[in-house]
Design a binder for this molecule. Structure first.
Ligand code: PMP
Length: 466
């Protein structure tokens, strides 16, 4: 084995600031499997954080990328129109029209964070207003702008300030964000969230200063929480009332992950700008925003663009992704596998070992959040409900319960289950906050592969819960 392909070499020379789930050296991958340098085979329930949605090295995508490599790699978008870009749009525009027919103008970029920043630039240019409202628990990226907009965990921005100013936050309609019990009716959470948003607009950033509200329609790193339709409708109403743009960051929940091409299709709520990345090119760096032409046209030529945005190979790969969605009926498979996952977890949750699972979240797709009962969070909630009476008798604050890191997870079960899965040669991730595991298999995972993944997961939970 070459010295180069060792964790020691990696540790010595790869930046220390990159968090890493395992010391494995990922050497090749196909479909739902990844191999390390010693040829150990892992079942991949991460898709490289929701990216390789059609499995690793999908045949059609690989072929399209190879052909494009031999034709033209770099069709720089400031020089002229790129044929690969236009061919991708031909196939992609109908999907955007399913979200809303107004989404007819597209800007392609490389990463999710860049695309989020592009959406902020567009919102500011179009409205001539500056401030942005984000949701608590959100993750939008690691650039100076998106770090300021990320509110899932302090570590992402820790020590990097001052960050982009003009970012305000408001709670997502999820019980933990209010320190309320799980049994709190959804309608109450929605009205509390919308009320808090109105307060932010009354007390912190005036509507006349506020360019946009951006949200992940399914909170990703913040715990895999789907936004209820009524909440999205409420947001739309507030945006319309105050002339504020609504931006849907579908970087993680888009591209078929939730059973529709975009999660926004469930509610039918029109975003003014939609942001996409990750699954669009199955691993090639491609991202972008779509909006209506009259908004996009408010950004003057020369104000958008960059060297690599909309790379031709990535565009060809993305077109092949969309072809595969049609030809392989990917969304039908998502529906079937989603039912399989939820049925399995429902049954498992009723067993003694599975009773440590508090909630299984998701909406008809393969973006599944598995929330473990978290004694610290429950204690913090209790402390809240008795605050002022005998709060001092509780030793966990909400902040402590919320902001954990895998290395000091203590009683948290998710990080332990993740490690127990890895021991069984299955890759799986937790989310950044709460005690949640996210199961994000490829959208074309077979019934048998999915079953294997679920059984390994159940074994891992059983071991950890014992
Ligand atoms: N938005 C969301 C919702 C994300 O999940 C992510 C990545 N996890 C990003 C933005 C940032 O994307 P990237 O890492 O490609 O910059």
């Amino acid at each position: 084995m070459s010295q180069t392909l060792s964790a020691e070499f990696g540790t010595a020379h790869v930046a220390h600031g990159v968090g890493r789930l395992t010391p494995m050296i990922m050497s090749k991958a196909k479909g739902v499997h990844v191999w390390d340098e010693k040829d150990n085979k892992y079942l991949d329930m991460t898709c490289g954080i929701g990216v390789t949605n059609l499995g690793h090295c999908h045949e059609g995508v690989t072929k399209a990328a190879q052909e494009q490599c031999a034709t033209m790699v770099h069709a720089q978008v400031n020089i002229g129109f790129s044929a690969a870009y236009l061919r991708l749009l031909e196939k992609f525009l109908p999907h955007l029209a399913n979200v809303h027919p107004s989404l007819d103008s597209v800007f392609l970029w490389n990463s999710g964070a860049e695309a989020v920043e592009a959406s902020v630039k567009l919102a500011r240019a179009a409205t001539k207003k500056q401030n942005i409202i984000v949701m608590q628990g959100s993750y939008h990226g690691r650039t100076m702008g998106t770090m300021a907009m990320t509110k899932s965990k302090t570590i992402y921005g820790l020590g990097f300030g001052p960050l982009m100013p003009g970012v305000f936050s408001t709670p997502f309609p999820y019980y933990s964000q209010f320190g309320l019990p799980e049994s709190t009716p959804q309608s109450e959470l929605i009205s509390s969230s919308l009320h808090q948003l109105e307060l932010v607009l009354a007390q912190q950033t005036a509507p006349t200063d506020t360019a946009a509200i951006i949200l992940e329609p399914v909170l990703g790193e913040g715990g895999y929480v789907p936004a209820p339709d009524a909440f999205l409708h409420g947001l739309r109403k507030i945006c319309d009332k105050y002339d504020i743009l609504l931006i849907a960051d579908e970087v993680q929940c888009g591209m078929g992950r939730t059973g529709k091409m975009f999660y926004s299709e469930y509610s039918g709520v029109r975003p003014d700008i939609i942001v996409f990345a990750k699954g669009i090119a199955n691993g090639f760096p491609l991202s972008g925003i779509a909006s209506r032409k009259e908004l996009m046209d408010l950004q003057k030529p020369g104000t958008m663009g960059g060297t690599y945005g909309g790379n031709a190979v990535a565009c060809a790969a993305a077109r092949a992704v969309l072809t595969a969605f049609e030809e392989e009926k990917i969304l039908d498979n998502v529906a079937g596998r989603s039912k399989q996952v939820f049925d399995f977890l429902d049954k498992f949750q009723k067993t003694p070992a599975g009773s440590v699972i508090q909630e299984v979240r998701g909406r008809g797709g393969l973006m599944v959040g598995i929330q473990f009962a978290n004694p610290k969070m429950q204690e913090a909630q209790q402390a809240h409900s008795t605050a002022g009476l005998n709060a001092s008798s509780h030793n966990t604050t909400a902040a402590e319960a919320w902001q954990y890191h895998p290395s000091d997870a203590g009683e948290q079960l998710a990080p332990k289950v993740v490690q127990a899965c890895i021991k069984r040669k299955m890759l799986i991730l937790s989310t950044s906050c709460f005690d949640v595991i996210r199961m994000i298999p490829p959208l074309n995972v077979t019934e048998q592969e999915m079953q294997q993944g679920l059984e390994i997961f159940a074994e891992a939970v059983t071991e950890v819960a014992a």
